[in-house]
Structure formats: structure tokens, C-alpha cells
Design a protein around this ligand. Structure first.
Ligand SMILES: Cc1ncc(COP(=O)(O)O)c(C=O)c1O
Length: 505
């Protein structure tokens, strides 16, 4: 996007980009680089049998760009180099858990027998794939202690939708229409959005001085109109909700359900079973806990574990096994209480393969170590920075450390400025301004996959930036980032006037 005040880059100026009103920092679209008559491959003459297509053959051009192979390779390589990625840099984005994607998982997901599967193949030809789904389901049930799991959801957010739709169906089966869902004010935005999308009224529960659910306020809000609480544990301040058992007991006594946002399961996997905390339904983000790729909003996977009472409402299709092999329950007639399909088929097979590979390569002991290392790394960062930055809550924390902007008071430097300065240091900024319960939040999640050296470099950088901010050099911060392909974007313009489609000049 064009941005006022951005310095013009002249080295390697790209005539196509300049002709289109952009400077060379931007890679021209592949369509802008294409030539009408060029083709990167030599296609053979149409074989005779193609004539059978008769009148169905394409009559006109479909507007594909014509480029040589090197042009295509260079275009995509240049684009990939502009990306800030977990493979290139430290990426301590709190709440999002950007962790290394083991190459073993990638290799397994690309095996021909998996990669070339089609969801409409005859069932006898996909027994191995169904067994893999069944095994992953077994691990998820074992690790959470829950008796059932719905696998098809394409993301954590869709998992939430599934869990809450199941709860709504269970209430309807009881002949009840409860209208309210309680959600702590530190909740991920997808929680209230999910409840609202299902027609519930969302009521917020404030955090107490320790960053956890205010138990008294929560109890005061309980009543016959409350359908469920949606509670994230560990929560988005990186803290374990110590009153889980009491919350579960109170919500059940009110006849409502306990939905747990289990996105942060990576902090407790192998150590705590949500079933033992009284949870009725909980989604798990495979990308956060089991290292599947997290990018661009998908393809993701958000399985939902369910209590025995809620299991019959699970979405279709699901895998079952009898003495003749794996089978599918696909139709409402075989599962009359099911909420129906949330997705065309079983969900993201590629993510299932990667997640199971991660589980099997770590084993139960290894997963115990995963959560231990994630928590250790977050506390190392908290302990190393709390004298120069302001920690929002007393530690120890779980998988992420939350700071606010009190240490920037009267400096003129903002959380955003600090984040932009980090980009110049080759580090992806932490999550900013979330959770909303503290001012100018900086939520840092190192994950278990980072080495001590990487953490030390990050800590040294943050200390230097925090001290520089205190020196009052606002101008220096406001000029950051200086070394990225694009500098500060007009985010309001980008949000209000997104340019999503290229039109030929
Ligand atoms: C606490 C929490 N809940 C829900 C979600 C939504 O998950 P997804 O991005 O997979 O839709 C996230 C995202 O990482 C999260 O951190």
C-alpha cells in the first residue's frame, strides 16, 4: 500500500512497480510481471481424446500471467524473504504461540499416502487415515481426561463455536433456553464473538487484583438464565485460574455448563487434565500445543473434547471402529442429537498428521517436558525483565509473561513504538495491547522451543530498548522501523479501504 512519507528506495528500482505507482520496496504482482505471449513450459499438442470435451472446452483465455520459470521462482523467493517468519526469527507473540514446526512432521504430512488422499475415496481405501484420526483422538482424550472429542473444526475459534453449539443443543434437549454466557474481561475476543454468534448475551466478569476471575462477582452473576461460563485457563494474562474447581462446582450448581478455552493447553499438557477440573467442553488449538503451522488464519485445527453428557451432540462426521474396521457416522439418522456438520469432511488431515507426529515423537514424558520448558522460559523472561519493565501481575506465570506500559510513563514512547523498534532488531514484536485488562499490554510468549541463547539475546535487547526509552529519545522510536521493506503503514486506511483485487490497467 502507498504510504505517505515513506522514503523512496532507489537501489534495484523496479520499473514495473514504479510504472504502477509504487516504489521498488514493493514486489510487483505476478500479473503485472506477466507477458501475453510468454509461457514457462512447453505444452504438448492436445491429444486426440481431449476432443471428447467437445463444446465444453474453454473458449477464451482465463488471464493467467505468462512468465518464465526463473521469473516465477524469483518472484516467490523475493516474497518469502519479505516475510517475518518463525523459521527466520524469534517470534515471541503472546497468546498466539508461534513455535517451531518440526521438519519431521512436515515430512510425514507430505507422504504420498496422506497427501494424495481425497475425502470422497471409498472407505476401504482410507482405513489408515481413519486410524490416524482415531489415534489422535485417543491421545487428545487421554491427555485431557475427557471421554469424547470432536475433530473436524478448522480452527480454535470454530472449536469454540462447536463446543458452545453443543452446549446450546444440550440445553435445548433439557427443554431450557438460557440466554446468558459469562466471560472474563481478559477473554480472547473469539470467546464473546462465539457466544454472540450463537445468540447468547455476553456478560463480562472483571479480573481481580491478581489477574484472575473475580469469584464473588462471578457467583453473583449466576442464575437460571446463565447457559455457561467461557473461561480460558491458563488465562490470557499467563496465569493459572486457581479457583477452577470452585468455579466448576458453582456453575454446575446453577445448572449451567463449564466451557474452557483450552488454547493455552501448551502450558499444562501432561500435567493437568481438564476433566479433573470439572470442565464440560474445551477446544484445543493444535498449532499452539502440538506445533502444527500457524499462519494466515489457517488451515488450522481446533478439536473439542466433550464430557460424556455432551458427547451425543458432537458434530458429524466422526470415526468409529467395529470388528470389520473403521467406519464413519455421517448422517443425522445415525446420530439424531448431533448438531450436524461444521465442515465438509473430517477437518484438516494435514494438521492431524503433524500433531500426532509431535505427540508420538515426544511421548507422554516428552509432552510433560514441553509444558515445563514453556513455563520455565516464560518465567525466565519475567524474572530477567521485571526490573526494567513493569510486570502486570505477581509471578510466577505459566507460558507467557505480561507487562504493561507503566515503565514508559512520561517518556512519550508507546507500546507500539517499542514493538516497531524490535522489528529493527530482527525480533518479531510481542502481542501488543492485549489483554485489555492492563494498559499498553505487552504479552510475551517465548514457547518451549527457544534456546537459552535466543532468550538471552531477546532479554538484552528489551533491556536496551527499555533504557533507551527512558532516556527520552522519542524521535528515535517514532522513526522505527528503519530496516523493514515497508515502514509504518497506515493501518486505518488498510482496514477501511483494503485493496483485495487487482484490475488490469
Ligand atoms: C486464548 C485463545 N482462544 C482462542 C483462540 C482462537 O484460535 P484460532 O486462532 O485457532 O481460531 C486463540 C488463538 O490463538 C487463543 O489464544
Amino acid at each position: 500500500m502507498n504510504q505517505p512519507g515513506r522514503p523512496a528506495h532507489t537501489a534495484g528500482a523496479n520499473p514495473v512497480a514504479i510504472a504502477n505507482g509504487r516504489d521498488s520496496a514493493e514486489e510487483p504482482l505476478i500479473f503485472e510481471q506477466g507477458q501475453e505471449q510468454r509461457c514457462g513450459v512447453d505444452l504438448p499438442a492436445l491429444p486426440a481424446y481431449q476432443q471428447r470435451l467437445a463444446g465444453l472446452r474453454r473458449q477464451g483465455k482465463i488471464g493467467l500471467p505468462g512468465l518464465s520459470e526463473p521469473q516465477v521462482v524469483r518472484h516467490y523467493t523475493r516474497l518469502s524473504q519479505k516475510n517475518f517468519s518463525i523459521d527466520g526469527n524469534f517470534y515471541p507473540l503472546g497468546s498466539c504461540t508461534m513455535k517451531h514446526n518440526p521438519r519431521l512432521n512436515e515430512k510425514l504430512a507430505r507422504l504420498q499416502g496422506f497427501a494424495d488422499l481425497h475425502p470422497m475415496q471409498p472407505i476401504v481405501t482410507v482405513q489408515g487415515a481413519l486410524e490416524l484420526i482415531d489415534q489422535l483422538a485417543y491421545w487428545l482424550k487421554t491427555l485431557t481426561g475427557m471421554p469424547a472429542v470432536a475433530m473436524s473444526q478448522a480452527a480454535g475459534a470454530q472449536g469454540e463455536f462447536c463446543g458452545m453449539a453443543v452446549i446450546k443443543a444440550a440445553l435445548a434437549a433439557r427443554g431450557e433456553t438460557r440466554t446468558k454466557v459469562l466471560a472474563p474481561e481478559s477473554a480472547h475476543g473469539t470467546n464473546p464473538a462465539t457466544a454472540a454468534a450463537l445468540g447468547f448475551v455476553v456478560e463480562s466478569i472483571p479480573a481481580n487484583a491478581q489477574g484472575r476471575v473475580d469469584l464473588e462477582v462471578f457467583k453473583a452473576k449466576l442464575g437460571p438464565d446463565v447457559a455457561a461460563i467461557m473461561l480460558t485457563n491458563p488465562n490470557t494474562c499467563g496465569l493459572f485460574e486457581r479457583d477452577m474447581l470452585e468455579i466448576a462446582q458453582a456453575i454446575h450448581a446453577a445448572g449451567a455448563y463449564f466451557y474452557c478455552d483450552g488454547a493455552n493447553f501448551n502450558a499444562i499438557v501432561g500435567r493437568v487434565r481438564p476433566a479433573d477440573l470439572g470442565v464440560d467442553a474445551m477446544h484445543i488449538n493444535l498449532h499452539k500445543t502440538f506445533s502444527t503451522p500457524h499462519g494466515g488464519g489457517g488451515p488450522g485445527s481446533g478439536p473439542v473434547v466433550l464430557s460424556a453428557e455432551l458427547a451425543r451432540f458432537a458434530p458429524l462426521p466422526y470415526v468409529i471402529r467395529d470388528e470389520t474396521g473403521f467406519k464413519l457416522v455421517e448422517h443425522g439418522k445415525d446420530a439424531p442429537d448431533s448438531i450436524g456438520r461444521l465442515k465438509g469432511f473430517h477437518g484438516q488431515m494435514g494438521m492431524f498428521i503433524r500433531a500426532l507426529a509431535y505427540m508420538l515423537s515426544h511421548g507422554a514424558d516428552g509432552l510433560w517436558q514441553v509444558s515445563g520448558d514453556a513455563v520455565l522460559n516464560a518465567n525466565y523472561i519475567l524474572a530477567s525483565l521485571k526490573d526494567v519493565m513493569t510486570a502486570s501481575f505477581e509471578g510466577p506465570v505459566m507460558h507467557e509473561a505480561l507487562f504493561d506500559d507503566r515503565f514508559l510513563k512520561d517518556t512519550g514512547v508507546t507500546t507500539l513504538d517499542l514493538a516497531k523498534a524490535l522489528l529493527d532488531e530482527g525480533i518479531h514484536p510481542m502481542t501488543m495491547y492485549f489483554p485489555l485488562v492492563v494498559h499498553g499490554a505487552m504479552l510475551i510468549e517465548p514457547t518451549e522451543t527457544e534456546s537459552r541463547e535466543t532468550l538471552d539475546t531477546f532479554i538484552a535487547t528489551m533491556r536496551r530498548l527499555a533504557e533507551h526509552a527512558r532516556s527520552g529519545d522519542v524521535e528515535w522510536f517514532q522513526q522505527a522501523p528503519r530496516h523493514t521493506p515497508l515502514r509504518r503503514l497506515d493501518e486505518t486506511l488498510a482496514a477501511r479501504h483494503p485493496v483485495l483485487r487487482w484490475t488490469a490497467p
